[in-house]
Design a protein around this ligand. Structure first.
Ligand code: FES
Length: 105
């Protein structure tokens, strides 16, 4: 699985998602609760960017209709979204944040 550098750890603000694109895949990178997560940036309910939503309790909330997705599993906490959003493995190397979109975790 190919890990690609997406940004520097130091440029990620706590609970502020950063949208990046990896091989044409939009990814929201989130630093929260001492960890970094990578989740597909598109809500499973409609074509909305999750990185524009709020982060709380290891969940990212879709700003349009309010479904929240677990950053660890991609699963929605409630309606209207019913399908999970893909999440991707993250590696930290020094100040580099690396993500692999070739395999969903
Ligand atoms: S578009 Fe995200 S919950 Fe509806």
């Amino acid at each position: 699985m190919a890990f690609v550098k997406v940004c520097a750890l130091s440029e990620l603000e706590e609970d502020t998602p950063k949208r990046v694109e990896l091989d044409g895949t939009p990814v929201s990178v989130v630093r929260t609760e001492g960890e970094v997560f990578a989740i597909n940036d598109i809500c499973s309910h409609a074509n909305v960017s999750l990185s524009e939503g709020e982060v709380e309790d290891c969940m990212i909330e879709c700003w349009l209709h309010g479904s929240s997705f677990d950053l660890r599993t991609g699963k929605p906490s409630g309606l209207p979204a019913t399908r999970p959003v893909p999440v991707y493995p993250v590696k930290i190397e020094g100040d580099d944040v690396l993500v692999s979109v070739t395999q969903e975790s």
